[in-house]
Design a binder for this molecule. Structure first.
Ligand code: ZN
Length: 467
């Protein structure tokens, strides 16, 4: 049996997940992610490693853009096959890809104007990587799959989606290759979720794999204890209420925003915080929350129990969704403490900027960060303790309380990654550690080698033979 696997992204970095599996004359692309790290952005513009028309199928692990965000471009450049993913992933990917297209189009327009003004040429073209039209065309390729059903996607190539517990619909992929009575199993972890987290089920595990391609985002770190997390959020809300300020929470729209609602609802139900208004002020988070509401079959037992008792975590009495900008602006006129959840998660755009502009110079308010803040973002400047920041063209002194909690992560930490992989009984023929900063991947690979497994941290472009 001969198959090859080429690492076209998320190899010694964390974005642009793309793995090309070639077997029996078919080319299968596992994930089709967008590169988002500044130093690798030009890879989004390079010609694809093989002609997209020669790829038979794309398999998506989940709907985060670093796993699906390149799809519209692949389709525009000639990919004609099907895109297999779970139902919930397809629904969230449609929201995420349209949002991504709008941002790319806005950026291109802005860049063009700026370059014309400055009379210079850019290193990248001033056209969007893809448009909303390209995104819509790519949606026709989706084939929605159920969890735990084996499905033939090319001759001798079978895939099974298993719940990864990372975001709604996220899957680990088990791929069986069959030829002349021989079989090999390759497991792609996708992004691995966590145990005992609200809403989502625990990640599925695998007892065997001939080859394993495994993420290592937090391969060298541990998260905060989830018990402390509720207490930390409770303390922030109570102290801000005492001071008479607002709690402003920059949040990602997929997963994090819904986790926050779940956490707040839990604190309300246990009477740990007073019933103050909560505004979900992000059109994208509102649409994603609708997808959650449609897929309660994917929830864990506690979340389903809550719903059976008539307490949906996504529609409690003091929660108000504000889809229009008119509704959003009205929040400014409310007296007394409110909680505002808005995007973007790293404060690089969106409505959060207006709420920061209104609150960051108020010592009585709190800005609560619940997600990772990348280098070079407004969010990072604030958590790094800058005394003043520029928001919407104006400099504001930072006087609000700044709090950051890390425990909301949707990614397994080092201990959880080791727990996930320890379900595999026999040593795989080889393990490929991917989707991590070089240091995180190296550290995690070293931990796996203690099991005397053959572990490899592939570099970008490497082709491995799977025999
Ligand atoms: Zn993810």
């Amino acid at each position: 049996m001969e198959a090859t696997l080429t690492f076209l992204g998320a190899a010694r970095n964390v974005t642009g997940s793309r793995y090309l599996l070639e077997f029996g004359g078919s080319r299968i692309l596992v994930d089709c992610g967008l590169y988002q790290e500044r130093e690798f952005l030009e890879r989004n513009w390079e010609p694809f490693a093989v002609p997209p028309a020669s790829i038979s199928a794309v398999l998506l692990t989940h709907a985060h853009l670093d796993h699906c965000g390149f799809l519209p471009k692949l389709v525009r450049e000639g990919f004609k096959g099907k895109v297999y993913c779970t139902q919930a992933s397809a629904e969230i990917a449609e929201i995420a890809l349209l949002d991504s297209a709008h941002i790319l189009m806005e950026d291109a327009k802005y860049k063009k104007r700026r370059h014309a003004r400055e009379g210079r040429k850019a290193p990248y073209p001033e056209v969007p990587l893809y448009t909303d039209e390209d995104a819509r065309i790519s949606f026709h390729r989706f084939r929605r799959c159920r969890f735990d059903r084996r499905l033939e996607v090319a001759q001798g190539v079978y895939v099974t989606f298993r719940d990864a517990g990372h975001i709604l619909g996220a899957a680990h992929l088990k791929i069986d290759l069959e030829q002349d009575g021989e079989q090999r199993t390759i497991v792609f972890s996708g992004d691995i979720g966590r145990w005992h987290r609200p809403i989502l089920k625990d990640p599925a595990v695998f007892e065997e794999a001939d080859y394993l391609v495994m993420e290592s985002t937090y391969g060298d770190r541990l998260h905060e204890d989830p018990e402390d997390l509720d207490t930390m959020v409770e303390d922030v809300i109570l102290s801000t209420k005492r001071r008479g300020g607002n709690v402003v929470i920059p949040s990602f729209a997929i997963g994090r925003a819904q986790d926050l609602l779940y956490c707040l609802n839990h604190l309300f139900l246990e009477d740990r915080i007073p019933h103050i208004m909560v505004f979900m002020d992000s059109p994208m988070a509102i649409r994603v929350t609708e997808v959650f509401r449609r897929h309660r079959e994917l929830f864990d037992r506690e979340a389903r129990h809550l719903i059976d008792e008539g307490n949906s975590p996504f529609s409690f009495p003091s929660l108000k969704m504000t889809p229009t900008s008119h509704d959003s602006k009205a929040i400014n006129y409310i007296r007394g403490t409110v909680i505002i959840i808005a995007g973007s998660g790293m404060c690089t755009g969106g409505r959060i900027k207006h709420h920061l502009a209104n609150n960051i110079d108020r010592p009585e308010s709190t800005v609560l960060f619940v997600g990772y803040q990348a280098e070079g973002t407004l969010g990072r400047e604030i958590v790094d303790g800058k005394k003043q920041v520029r928001i919407l063209g104006k400099v504001h002194p930072v006087k609000a309380h700044i709090v950051q909690v890390h425990g909301f992560s949707a990614h397994a930490d080092r201990e959880e990654l080791l727990k996930w992989v320890s379900a595999i009984k026999q040593p795989p023929r080889r393990v490929f550690v991917t989707h991590g900063e070089p240091e995180a991947s190296r550290t995690f690979a070293a931990a796996l080698r203690k099991k005397e497994w053959d572990v490899y941290v592939p570099e970008y472009g490497l082709t491995a033979r799977l025999d």
